[in-house]
Design a protein around this ligand. Structure first.
Ligand code: GDP
Length: 482
């Protein structure tokens, strides 16, 4: 926020009128709320005999945000097609790992299957002369965490549903995350090799959770696969590429790169390494980058098969060597003009710590704050509801349904039976949602995470208190909970 006459007076412990008088002598007519520039402030301090040092207002973070948020069209150069970036999500044991391994080993670009056992955070597969980039996130909580860090890398989600088990609680969480991210879903109905599969039951359950299969007139493709036997994999890739074609993923490639760190780790020989995904532009050896709180000159790059490469274009997974420290997952990287600039950015972020993370996301999420920042337009208030029984959820839903208001619409992002978990907190963090816990508490790790992320978990025992609080918050009458 800019320095004002008032804030400077307070900082110097002098009455504001003394400052105003001095400025008047300099020919400046100001009031107590007017902004001051650094030069004027120093002049005033000198005349008042006060020692004043002004920390330079660092606005590089704004500049970086401006660059990262610039639309591709703004560059005024031709857009090129880029491979879609796909994340595989699903309930535990439904076959994600098996599917991902199967896709990778049967379709690695150039047929090179070497090093298949080594862990990689992302890889590309080829299909009919086109490429698909797969991000191998460890579960949907990690998917939510990436988004909470501002790293929306995924274009499409493959939702794995085991045909013998159907839609399970984590499947529903995955659906909520994908929907909140606004990305298309392709369902991989897995384990279709098993006998006595009831496909209609799976399709029904999917429909009940807002996933309407195309064979039933909806917009979601459901592909039958067996990750174990390798059947349906080509079909799945084909469907992903068709879906991508409709979305027309394009970007610019002849600008300095920016992208996202998917995973950072320490290598004994090569020092800090980052598995990153280039979002747009081209990353080259020798580029100076900052990545979260780390920085460095790109010394070497490796592709998903472990081969050294000189440059990496849009949607390319790349392992980067040359950073000063291990960057955290979800950090965005950007090529800077010079190494000093990159260092400065990294160091200031380090100093700002958590507040920088929260600031990047637009601050903590609480019911009180939501209405403070309302700007008179109709706004969605996103909610995540966790409760003790399906009956409670129904009751809350019906109570919330009675809530009508000209300016605010309640929007349930996710609902589920059980305690508040990490997936809920990351979903809240990435979508600005409030978590309502009805007759349930938060799991320990979720509680700690919520504190760290500035997420509010509101606990209730009486249903109408939920809507009461929302009304009170709207009037600005809600007393802060903590
Ligand atoms: P994840 O937890 O979702 O990553 O699931 P995994 O890939 O680890 O698979 C869980 C279990 O299901 C393993 O025992 C797999 O062998 C088995 N599995 C995975 N895919 C299939 C499949 O297509 N058919 C059958 N019958 N079993 C499968």
């Amino acid at each position: 926020s800019p320095m004002t006459v008032r804030s400077l007076a307070e900082a110097m412990g002098r009455p504001a009128r003394d400052l105003i008088t001095i400025m008047f002598k300099h020919g400046e007519m100001v009031t107590i709320n007017d902004a001051l520039d650094d030069e004027m402030a120093l002049e005033i301090a000198m005349e008042l005999g006060v020692d004043l040092t002004i920390e330079p207002e660092e606005d590089f973070e704004d500049a970086i945000t401006e660059i990262l948020e610039r639309s591709d069209a703004d560059f005024g150069i031709d857009l090129v097609a880029r491979p879609p970036i796909v994340t595989v999500l699903g309930h535990v044991d439904h076959g994600k790992t098996t599917l991902v391994d199967r896709i990778r080993s049967s379709n690695v670009v150039d047929g090179e299957a070497g090093g298949i056992t080594q862990h990689i955070a992302a890889y590309q597969v080829g299909h009919n002369g086109q490429k698909v980039t797969f991000v191998d996130t460890p579960g949907h909580a990690a998917f939510g965490e990436m988004r909470a860090r501002g790293a929306n890398v995924t274009d499409m989600v493959v939702l794995v549903v085991a045909a013998d088990d159907g839609v399970m609680p984590q499947t529903v969480e995955c659906i909520s995350h994908a929907k909140a991210a606004g990305v298309p879903i392709v369902v991989a109905m897995n384990k279709c090799d098993l006998p006595d599969i009831n496909e209609q039951r799976i399709l029904t359950e999917l429909s009940q959770h807002g996933i309407l299969p195309s064979e039933w007139g909806g917009d979601v493709e459901v592909v039958r696969v067996s990750a174990l036997q390798g059947t349906g994999i080509d079909d799945l890739l084909e469907t992903l590429l068709l879906t991508a074609e409709l979305q027309e993923f394009r970007t610019v490639d002849s600008i300095p790169a920016d992208g996202v760190c998917l995973e950072g780790f320490m290598d004994e020989g090569r020092g800090p390494l980052a598995w990153a995904l280039v979002r747009r532009g081209t990353l080259r050896i020798g580029d100076n980058i900052c990545c979260g709180t780390s920085f460095g000159r790109v010394r070497a790059m490796y592709d998903d098969a472990g081969r050294e490469i000189q440059e990496a274009g849009p949607s390319t997974p790349v392992k980067i060597a040359g950073l000063d420290q291990v960057p955290s997952a979800g950090s965005r990287f950007l090529v800077m003009d010079d190494i000093e600039q990159a260092r400065e950015v990294a160091e200031l972020r380090e100093a700002r710590g958590r507040s920088a993370v929260l600031a990047q996301r637009g601050g903590p999420v609480s019911l009180e704050d939501f209405f403070k920042h309302r700007d008179g337009m109709i706004q969605d208030l996103p909610l995540i509801i966790k409760a003790d029984t399906p009956g409670s959820i129904e009751a809350i839903r019906s109570e919330l349904g009675k809530f009508t208001h000209d300016e605010v619409k309640l929007k349930i992002l996710h609902e589920g039976v059980g305690g508040v978990n990490e997936s809920d907190v990351y979903l809240a963090a990435s979508s600005g949602a409030i978590v309502i816990a009805f007759h349930v508490i938060a799991e320990d790790r979720a509680e700690a995470l919520a504190a760290q992320e500035g997420i509010q978990i509101r606990r209730y025992k009486i249903i109408y208190n939920v809507t009461d609080d929302i009304r009170q918050a709207m009037e600005g009458l809600l007393k802060p909970e903590r």
